[in-house]
Design a binder for this molecule. Structure first.
Ligand SMILES: *[C@@H]1O[C@H](CO)[C@@H](O)[C@H](O)[C@H]1NC(C)=O
Ligand SMILES: *[C@@H]1O[C@H](CO)[C@@H](O)[C@H](O)[C@H]1NC(C)=O
Ligand SMILES: *[C@@H]1O[C@H](CO)[C@@H](O)[C@H](O)[C@H]1NC(C)=O
Length: 460
């Protein structure tokens, strides 16, 4: 009896958030457990993919979409930066280089059936994490981390769609894919943050001009709306080009606030503290606090408003708190006036996250509900990554401020990277599954149209 009790206590994760060495060792345990799910570096497997990554459905527990794997490698770059533990560096490097695809712009043909502007964005963020931390380059003929991010940026410029809703990015890269009709916050916000980070790192004003353009379009669209009564900014999930974007889908997600918050923080730093960016940072931050740090749980613990209490988040959504946690830490570093408000929330969330890491077969797998010390019965990559990022975020030391070319970032710039990339690469399609049937008819029609188009062209 006593022995059993002792076993349970030692397995559960104990964390003193005030202790750097505790934070590092807990992060190491959580990262290790997260990586037991990753088999992409084993022989015969595809580097960079998590289980289910070739044909994902985020509603299937234990399978993870391509974008989430990309995000996970970023979390491991952050992990290396704040702990100095390089155990995963080779795996991360191999994964990013493999999934960059034939055109080195994170648009691999295997993923074209559901390639989103947002999906590319998360891989590009990981490349930027590498740049901003001087993560070792892959070497040889491999493209630099910075050039990979620049290639995504250059590729996405051509996807800007002024023909509907006055601008903005559609969710999907390819017109034949389901969801092409939507303009969503994470695709537009992702491109905005990428442009802001490229401006911050390189000092090149072209990126900043573009970031302004994307932000301005979002701010006047239904995607971003301020409630007059409360002053809260709502960043809604998506708006539909099929009805000219006159309304929106009323979901709010932590990662959309994180994307916009950090993007605005990078712009604040790039502009040496322009008031307009400070105001935006403060508005997004205030809204983040009131939506996702509910008073009923003490006001300092992060939760996923839409799905966490009912435990009906899908596998994508279970990872969202990872990104907001990370981007809150980055914001506290780039906009020092926000640190006093952000830090207590990071500490309490990290403590809460550790308190959820006492489940599963290991007795230390992390659940989702950080506001409770009773394990919620869930396990997975998203939960591990969110706990890892929240706990790591407490170490937002001054030496972790993202590097720029002027402050020591060494990754080689190639402003024209990817500019020769195909806009509509030949797609390799794996066998059609039930889930693909809806898209199949549309795809066939598209191929017929392409074929007819080709025939006409030949005749001309
Ligand atoms: C794959 O990476 C893990 C670290 O996550 C490492 O322990 C393992 O040895 C690697 N396997 C191979 C075959 O390289
Ligand atoms: C694409 O899929 C094939 C077949 O599974 C695999 O061999 C290849 O490594 C994959 N490429 C990428 C970039 O995922
Ligand atoms: C700045 O970025 C723009 C847009 O990508 C590019 O055309 C230009 O060459 C860059 N300038 C420098 C000095 O890198």
């Amino acid at each position: 009896m006593l022995v059993l009790l002792f076993a349970a206590l030692t397995a559960a994760i104990q964390l003193n958030v005030q202790s750097d060495s505790d934070v590092k060792s807990v992060a190491s345990t959580i990262a290790y457990d997260m990586m037991t799910v990753y088999t992409g570096n084993q022989s015969g497997q595809v580097p960079g993919l998590l289980p289910g990554g070739l044909n994902c459905n985020p509603n299937n527990i234990g399978t993870y979409c391509w974008w989430e794997a990309g995000a996970m490698f970023g979390a491991l770059i952050n992990y290396w930066q704040y702990t100095g533990d390089s155990s995963y560096n080779d795996v991360v490097s191999q994964a990013l280089q493999w999934q960059k695809g034939a055109d080195s712009n994170f648009n691999p043909a295997n993923q074209s059936r559901s390639m989103g502007v947002d999906d590319q964005g998360f891989w590009a963020f990981s490349a930027m994490d590498a740049v901003e931390a001087n993560f070792p380059e892959a070497g040889g003929n491999a493209p630099s981390w910075l050039s990979l991010a620049q290639a995504v940026y250059n590729f996405q410029l051509d996807l800007w769609d002024p023909d509907t809703c006055g601008g903005g990015f559609r969710w999907q890269v390819f017109a034949v894919n389901a969801g092409y009709n939507l303009k969503n916050a994470v695709s537009n916000g992702g491109n905005f943050q990428l442009a802001a980070r490229l401006a911050y790192v390189t000092g090149n004003s072209s990126y900043a001009d573009w970031a302004n353009k994307v932000y301005d379009w979002m701010a006047q669209s239904k995607l971003m709306q301020v409630d007059d009564a409360t002053g809260i900014l709502y960043i809604w999930d998506n708006t539909d080009t099929n009805n000219n974007c006159i309304d929106q889908t009323n979901y709010v997600w932590t990662y959309n606030y994180g994307i916009m918050l950090a993007g605005a923080a990078y712009m604040y730093a790039y502009t040496n503290g322009e008031q307009v960016w400070l105001d935006r940072v403060n508005l997004i931050l205030k809204s983040t606090f009131s939506l996702f740090f509910p008073a009923k749980y003490g006001g300092n613990v992060l939760y996923e408003l839409q799905c966490e209490e009912a435990l009906n988040c899908n596998e994508d959504q279970k990872s969202f708190k990872a990104y907001l946690s990370r981007w809150l830490a980055v914001t506290a570093l780039l906009v020092p006036s926000t640190a006093a408000e952000i830090n207590p929330k990071l500490l309490a969330s990290a403590q809460g996250a550790a308190g959820q890491c006492d489940g599963g077969s290991t007795g230390r797998a992390c659940g989702l509900q950080w506001w409770s010390t009773t394990w919620d019965g869930t396990t997975g990559v998203g939960q591990q990554m969110a706990a890892l990022s929240a706990i790591g975020a407490t170490l937002n030391r001054q030496d972790l401020v993202p590097l720029t070319t002027n402050t020591g970032a060494t990754s080689k710039s190639d402003p024209n990277a990817g500019s020769t990339a195909a806009k509509d690469p030949t797609t390799e399609h794996s066998p059609i599954t039930t889930g693909d049937k809806a898209g199949a008819a549309i795809f066939t029609i598209a191929i017929v149209i392409l074929a007819i188009g080709g025939a006409i062209w030949i005749v001309l």
